[in-house]
Ligand binder design. Structure first.
Ligand code: F6R
Length: 596
């Protein structure tokens, strides 16, 4: 969703640089407008619709100050415009506020404030916040008290930060929306996500729901709702500053696709052991084998969960995947032996958090499979395991999907207590197998051949069905072209009517028993004239039916989809690149979706 950055430090000239660097690091969270406010003798506020460059173009030379906040927006209340961009200010221009989330009771608050004479300049829910602060200041409250009393009136989800005219302090709080503090040597930071300030400091404090942060150049203070000092842990991030850059690639997405061997190696590290063919996940040693497993997830993570559920079923554990927004814990059989697994890269997806919380209430044991340490999902669940993919900036999930698949393959082995040697060996080889695909892929020429297609279809069966769905999601997300993924056997039950010579069909075909049937499905589309691109580890079996093949290394059949997905990512990337799409920031989308 939206991205927040805040800074206060010893060097007044650094404020603008830190805010702009932070905003550029956060653009993946929202990019329909951007703005910043810097506290100096007064309060300087600049904001513009569109990308960050529009904001940069209106900033005056030599802008400096004591402290500042910045924001990149993904609009919910009010369309993208200069007026609706954050920060928002009060009638006097004494306080500037940035906000991520939704103030659910903004309508009555706004009516109340307007009745008392406040003038609003935007259509946003956020603007009630500075006007409420203004009233408390007028009643004699100091900025901290005015900020706290305002927050007491807000309902909904929010991460809010405020700066006041002529002051060097930044105030912030959160409720169901992420906020992380950065502890630096020459200043202090806050942001929706640590990559926004990783180049300045790697020491972070994850703020909890209901906690308030007061940051000054010399101090970071965290208090609870009653104003009492809170226990906080300063953690050191293992990320490198270059994790947040493009490292010479044209886009974050393609950089992150190429980071998959490293990400997967990190995910496997110390967990899948080749020597004795075992898998252990230290965080999960006290997790009992469940009677059944329910996965909850959205989008790409849902596709990873479909894969995880299938692995568990194959090992004799009843498992189902639910789209988090459709999950209804009250309508499902749940007890403490039921394990509900939230698969969420960001750990902040509102639908997934809501499903996990309802599972907790229903008495299930919960597990978060996430990339972000101390994220809301990690905190909401009884158990957490991290996928260790490193920061992912491109809006389209790539390396986190690969790491989720690998993590879930390990979780399935651990829960079922079953580690077929060839599977563990196959897992250990996945990083090298992915690297060999990256080194040899023909995806670019396939993209060139089919960039003008009317639509793209993706089919797969069994373990390969989730990646067929994911291949289609990636394609539609970044190319804006119609793409659908189907269970291969379902084609003939309806979708086949859509197949024409202008609709290439990407068929994921492994060397397992089910692949014969998928080959029959391929001949069905072939005879309707559709071009077929087989993504396969056995090209000799499919070449008679396929117009082209994208080969993946031979591996354990359960692991083929992890490899096949890399080819599909590359095809989507190259088609989007040829079409000149905004690959890292596709229209209408945001990286972390913190509203239901
Ligand atoms: C697609 C994509 C989304 C996310 C979904 C869930 O490329 O990234 O579909 O997978 O919004 O996000 P997380 O995993 O953060 O819960």
């Amino acid at each position: 969703m939206c991205g927040i950055i805040g800074y206060t430090g010893d060097d007044e000239r650094a404020v603008l640089d830190v805010l702009l660097d932070g905003l550029s690091g956060l653009e993946y969270r929202g990019y329909d407008s951007a703005g910043l406010a810097i506290s100096n003798a007064s309060l300087s506020v600049y904001k513009r619709e569109g990308e960050l460059s529009n904001l940069e173009a209106v900033l005056p030379e030599g802008l400096d100050g004591f402290a500042g906040v910045g924001h990149t927006r993904w609009s919910t209340h009010g369309p993208p415009s200069d007026e609706n961009a954050h920060p928002h200010t009060d009638c006097q221009g004494r306080v500037a506020v940035v906000h991520n989330g939704i103030v659910e009771n903004y309508a009555p608050l706004r009516a109340e404030l307007e009745a008392r004479g406040h003038t609003f300049e935007s259509e946003t829910d956020t603007e009630v916040v500075p006007h409420l602060i203004e009233e408390h200041l007028a009643d004699g409250a100091d900025p901290e008290r005015a900020f706290r009393r305002t927050v007491e009136r807000l309902e909904g989800s929010y991460a809010v930060a405020a700066v006041f005219s002529g002051r060097e302090t930044v105030y912030a709080t959160r409720q169901a929306s992420p906020l992380v503090l950065g502890v630096g040597d020459d200043g202090h930071y806050l942001a929706s996500d640590a990559p926004a300030f990783i180049e300045y400091t790697d020491r972070v404090i994850y703020l909890e729901d209901g906690q308030f942060a007061t940051i000054t150049p010399s101090d970071v203070t965290v208090t609870d709702e009653r104003g009492q000092p809170a226990d906080v842990t300063v953690r050191r991030l293992e990320w490198e500053p270059e994790d947040a850059g493009k490292s010479g690639y044209d886009h974050y997405m393609v950089k992150e696709i190429h980071e998959q061997p490293t990400a997967i190696r990190r995910c496997l590290g110390g967990r899948a052991r080749e020597l004795d063919g075992s898998v252990t996940i230290d965080e999960l040693t006290d997790l009992e084998t469940p009677s059944s497993v329910q996965f909850v997830a959205c989008g790409t993570s849902y596709h990873a969960s479909l894969y995880g559920a299938r692995l568990l079923r194959e090992r004799g554990i009843s498992a189902q995947s639910f789209l988090a927004s459709e999950y209804d814990a009250d309508a499902l059989p749940i007890d403490e032996e039921t394990l509900v697994v939230g698969v969420t890269q960001s750990g902040e997806t509102a639908d997934t958090l809501s499903a996990l919380r309802s599972a907790n209430r229903a008495g299930a044991t919960t597990l978060a499979v996430t990339n972000v340490v101390a994220s809301s999902a990690a905190r909401a669940c009884d158990h957490t395991t991290y996928i260790r993919a490193g920061p992912e900036i491109g809006v389209a999930a790539t390396k986190t999907f690969a790491s989720q698949q690998v993590a879930l393959a390990m979780v399935a082995s651990v829960l079922a207590g079953e580690f077929p040697r060839s599977f563990v060996e196959g897992l250990r080889d996945v990083p090298d197998d992915v690297q060999s695909i990256l080194d040899t892929s023909r995806a670019r020429s396939i993209a060139e051949q089919y960039e003008d297609a009317d639509a793209y279809f993706f089919i797969g069966r069994g373990y390969n069905r989730p990646v067929a769905l994911e291949g289609a999601l990636k394609m539609k997300e970044i190319t804006y072209k119609h793409a659908e993924g189907f269970a291969a056997g379902e084609l003939k039950h309806g979708p086949l009517a859509l197949v024409t010579p202008q609709t290439p069909v990407f068929a994921v075909i492994g060397a397992d028993d089910a692949s014969e049937k998928t080959l029959s499905n391929v001949t069905e589309v072939e005879s309707r004239g559709a071009p077929v691109v087989a993504v396969t580890d056995s090209p000799e079996r499919v070449e008679r039916h396929a117009d082209a093949t994208l080969e993946v290394p031979d591996t354990h059949p359960c692991l083929t989809p992890i490899l096949a997905n890399v080819q599909l990512q590359l095809v989507a990337y190259h088609v989007a690149n040829r079409l000149g799409r905004s690959i890292d920031k596709p229209r209408n989308l945001a990286k972390s979706v913190t509203v239901e």
